[in-house]
Design a protein around this ligand. Structure first.
Ligand code: NAD
Length: 291
């Protein structure tokens, strides 16, 4: 069994991006600039945004953080998005989800200029991705593709079972892995909360992508010997032994699944850091397209 070390891989890719940015700076060209909009004080969202800003600093990008109270109105947020769309200094931006209940997330995503949508959530980017056209790929699935590629994991002809059908992970992942591409060319089964006998479906998988949001949901008895296990889940569970009072676990019961898997991602230190790296790659792409 081999651990897919997302933390290490993301450091390698960030170092490659940094070298590219050093070149851009030396040539006095446009330095990539990412903006992040953070609404409210959700601790997980704050921590994701912090890590995105830190990563920008590491690779030498410009970054702008816009923080607003959760009482912000939908109209005010849409105004901020309009300003970011129009601001020529900003190459790409993200609005950290989830948003407060009184704000319509779909409306917000639709308001983002697809050319600056480095999270790859806008339907224009989603549609282009689905048709195999050049697009900003959604950050988490893009990060998983890079893991598969850099660990030389064969995907062609494999049976991949994706668990969870969200617009940001499960559904785009199922499309990307079924495309005629490398990584890709999988036969994909997209499963969800209404799937009958989910355990039997997962047991048939050569590649399992778990994106459900339920701690330790997939156990070793659901994993075929030699399967590749990618755990997207990030769940906080109580842990009195930690100073924070919690620890992070995935959707996969790591210990029992690791006994069966050929490759497995840990939580933390797996898919999470790769999501941030993908965002940087998309921002770099946005800044190059602008030139
Ligand atoms: P979501 O929370 O929007 O939806 C959950 C999905 O799981 C739904 O499609 C639902 O059908 C499915 N589901 C729920 N219960 C199920 C069950 N009992 N059996 C089968 N399927 C079931 O999904 P999301 O936004 O993709 O998030 C999933 C998890 O991934 C969360 O833990 C989230 O924090 C994490 N996440 C991690 C990253 C990362 O960068 N590592 C990025 C995004 C999301």
């Amino acid at each position: 069994m081999k651990i897919i070390d997302g933390k290490e891989l993301s450091e390698i890719i960030k170092t490659e991006i940094k070298a590219e940015v050093d070149g851009i700076r030396a040539r006095k060209e446009n330095i990539p600039h990412l903006a992040a909009v953070l609404i409210g004080d959700n601790p997980a969202s704050r921590s994701y945004v912090r890590s995105k800003v830190r990563s920008c600093e590491f690779v030498g990008f410009e970054s702008t953080l816009i923080q607003k109270d959760s009482s912000i109105s939908e109209a005010e947020l849409l105004d901020i998005i309009r300003e970011l769309n129009e601001n020529e200094d900003i190459d790409g931006f993200i609005v950290q989800l989830p948003l407060p209940k009184h704000i319509d997330e779909t409306k917000v995503i639709l308001a983002i200029d697809p050319a600056k949508d480095v999270d790859g959530f806008h339907p224009i980017n989603f549609g282009k991705m689905a048709q195999g056209l050049d697009a900003y790929l959604p950050a988490t699935p893009f990060g998983i593709l890079q893991m598969l590629e850099r660990y030389h994991i064969e995907t062609s002809g494999k049976h991949c079972v994706v668990v969870g059908r969200s617009n940001i992970v499960g559904t785009p992942m199922s499309i990307l892995l079924s495309r005629k591409a490398n990584p890709g060319n999988c036969t994909v089964t997209l499963t969800h909360s209404r799937t009958k006998d989910l355990g039997a479906e997962i047991l048939r998988a050569d590649i399992i992508i778990a994106a459900i949001g339920i701690p330790n949901f997939i156990t070793g008895d659901m994993v075929k010997k030699g399967a590749v296990v990618i755990d997207v889940g990030i769940n906080r569970i109580d842990d009195a032994s930690r100073k924070s009072g919690y620890r992070l676990v995935g959707d996969v019961d790591f210990d029992s699944a690791a006994e069966k898997a050929s490759f497995i991602t840990p939580v933390p230190g797996g898919v999470g850091p790769m999501t941030v790296t993908s965002l940087l790659l998309n921002t770099l792409k946005a800044s190059k397209l602008k030139v």
